[in-house]
Design a binder for this molecule. Structure first.
Ligand code: COA
Length: 618
């Protein structure tokens, strides 16, 4: 039985850990929402984004779909059967459709980046010492996973699925010609005891455990990192890692070619199998504080191009920490196995760990030189690398990124107004978009489904009739301010209610996807409801957004999901909000700095509105 959510702390209380599998088995299964509920809501969300004519046409198709002669009921029954037979009716389908079957590059299109506060390194030794401590902290966290002692997280009093934590170490995506796969080597008979270090495009296998299973100390890791650095000072190496940035079909072909050579195959295998990767990056050119911030976000997302750090990555690797000479640091993760929150919790743990005084334990015995991973570069491989460089550089050039710290207020302000901060920020985004374009758009916000066994995400549709009524009213000079306040409150409340529904597995998006995929399996032709213009508009997310809250002052970032859209990620802290907005330069209609400007204005206008018209009976 799922307890009510309310607006209590979401990911909050932690309980004494239980054994992983026993905990997992105790979780509720993802429900299949009632068909009519989903279809009714689908018609609702279309209202602000399609014309009346399109809406009427879609209403007819929906009636047909769920009517007595339609296939809706049959597909729904099949979904319910699937739900009874599987641990999670959605998880395998989602893994394939959202990730493994996608042929787009993982870089920018799928893998999110995370920017940590800049560190002050006086020299390369400080960089290596930080990296060593970070590795030690990550291994400290991993110990909780290995021993199954990681505390269970809670959402509004309900325990969450912890599976994603068990998928982020020692795993890697492997390219395939039609479909990729992902391997978690910690589940193999011989789990890895090494990590991968990349410096100047050269890869190294660094053992981080002694033969008795105890992890290396930071001091020992530092010594090993120094050896790696000293043996990879030359910068004339081919950036083999850049191959992983290509679209998946191109990379799959290049991969098959690369691993024909035995040495290459062994090197690739070592990277894939490693616990995680640490990329020791070179400094990026300094322009100004603001430009630097956006460049660092780019460095995390794509590495800055072939002339900067993109060759210092293996983008298929699930977890890659990045530590630059200039103090820029963060991580990039391959999205298939997990969402952002496990990485945030890992980083929170590492940052806490870094605060502890370092135990200086000199190595008793000299450690062997970490193993360099060699690659034999044939002319064909060289040509694949050149093509990958060109494609990546074009993608890097095309990405328009703005990192902004909104300093006027943080989540405490909406809370003081008894409003959900997330809903408040989402309404500001709706207002900003409306002010730029004069209309609203399909908006995606990630909602966690981790209250269910193997749950991933569903979509909060932040754009609704309530949000539409509010944004239209806000600049209407004829409208009374008190009415605007009411519309704003109503819109934020509607958003919060839909977010609660989504978290409970009752949002529309994954259900519609399930019905569609079931139709692909069972039927000769696709039901018209999935073929009409309204469906295409509903699935074209001009605003793709995500809240990734964190204790540390970090910023998450990802690329837009459509060419004429924006990716917006935010971390609401108590007194400020970190935003990263992305768009494509090749789209004349979008501009990340402009959206950021309008967003800031919208947030301030909404605050002024509320402050000037306080509610007396709160
Ligand atoms: N009055 C006062 N306080 C309120 C309030 C109200 N009406 N509504 C909410 N709050 C408080 C909450 O209690 C919470 O308090 P805290 O800061 O002490 O924790 C805070 O405001 C934030 O709540 P809210 O802004 O409503 O958002 P949330 O933290 O509940 O998050 C989602 C909502 C939907 C974003 C979250 O549940 C979720 O699913 N996130 C998915 C993250 C994810 O997987 N992203 C993918 C990244 S790849």
């Amino acid at each position: 039985m799922i307890k009510p959510l309310g607006y209590l702390k979401l990911i909050s209380l932690r309980e004494v850990p239980r054994r992983f599998q026993a905990h997992q088995n105790s979780l509720p299964r993802l429900p299949v929402p009632p068909l009519q509920q989903t279809l009714d809501h689908y018609l609702q969300i279309l209202k602000p984004i399609v014309s009346m004519e399109e809406w009427n046409n879609t209403k007819r198709l929906v009636d047909e779909f769920q009517g007595s002669g339609g296939v809706g009921a049959q597909l729904q029954k099949r979904l319910q059967q699937r739900a009874r037979k599987t641990d999670n009716w959605l998880s395998e389908w989602w893994l394939k459709t959202a990730y493994l079957q996608s042929r787009q590059p993982v870089v920018i299109h799928s893998s999110p980046g995370l920017v940590l506060p800049k560190q002050d390194f006086v020299d390369f030794q400080a960089q290596l010492r930080f990296a060593a401590r970070l590795i030690e902290g990550a291994l400290d966290f991993k110990a909780m996973i290995d021993n199954e002692t990681l505390p269970v997280e809670y959402l509004g009093g309900n325990p969450l699925c912890m599976n994603q934590y068990y998928e982020i170490f020692s795993s890697c995506r492997i390219p395939g010609l039609k479909e990729d796969s992902v391997i978690n080597y910690s589940k193999t008979t011989k789990p890895p005891v090494h990590i991968t270090i990349v410096h100047n495009f050269q890869f190294f296998e660094l053992d981080v455990y002694h033969s008795d299973g105890s992890p290396f100390s930071a001091d020992q890791i530092f010594t090993q990192l120094e050896k790696i650095r000293n043996s990879s000072l030359k910068t004339n190496k081919e950036p083999v890692g850049i191959l992983t940035s290509s679209d998946r079909n191109t990379w799959a072909k290049a991969y098959n070619n690369l691993i024909k050579d035995k040495t290459n195959k062994a090197s690739v295998h070592s990277i894939q199998k490693s616990i995680f990767t640490v990329c020791l990056d070179v400094s990026i050119p300094w322009v100004s504080e603001n430009v630097f911030k956006s460049q660092v976000a780019g460095q995390m997302l794509h590495g800055g191009g072939s002339k900067q750090n993109s060759g210092n990555r293996w983008f298929d690797k699930t977890l890659q920490f990045i530590v630059g000479e200039d103090g820029s640091c963060g991580l990039v993760y391959e999205h298939t196995p997990a969402e952002g929150p496990p990485f945030i919790i890992l980083l929170d743990h590492i940052m806490e760990f870094l605060k502890k005084p370092e135990l200086v334990r000199s190595p008793m015995v000299p450690l062997p030189m970490p193993k360099k991973l060699y690659f034999n570069i044939t002319p064909e491989i060289k040509s694949d690398i050149e093509k990958a460089k060109q494609n990546l550089n074009a993608m890097v050039q095309d990405l328009d990124l703005t990192v902004q710290v909104f300093t006027h207020f943080g989540k405490n302000f909406p809370k003081s107004e008894k409003m959900s901060p997330d809903g408040f920020i989402q309404m500001a985004l709706q207002l900003a978009y409306y002010r730029i374009y004069g209309h609203t758009c399909s908006t995606y916000e990630s909602a966690s489904l981790r209250m269910f066994h193997l749950g991933r995400t569903d979509t909060i549709r932040s754009n609704s009739m309530d949000s539409f009524n509010f944004v239209k009213a806000m600049d209407d000079t004829e409208m009374m301010a008190q009415m605007k306040v009411e519309l704003l409150r109503k819109a934020v409340m509607a958003h919060r209610l839909y977010a609660d529904k989504a978290i409970r597995g009752e949002a529309i998006d994954r259900h519609l996807l399930g019905l569609k995929l079931q139709a692909t399996k069972d039927l000769m032709s696709m039901p018209k409801v999935f073929m009409d213009k309204s469906y295409a508009i509903a699935m074209h997310f001009n605003l793709s957004t995500s809240q990734v809250p964190s204790k540390i002052d970090c910023a998450f970032c990802f690329g837009p999901v459509v060419h004429d859209g924006y990716g917006v990620c935010y971390n609401p802290m108590a007194e400020h909000i970190n935003f990263v907005i992305s768009a494509y330069n090749s789209c004349a209609k979008t501009n990340a700095a402009s959206l950021n400007h309008y967003l800031e204005e919208a947030l301030l206008d909404m605050r002024t509105l509320l402050q000037e018209h306080p509610q007396t009976n709160l």
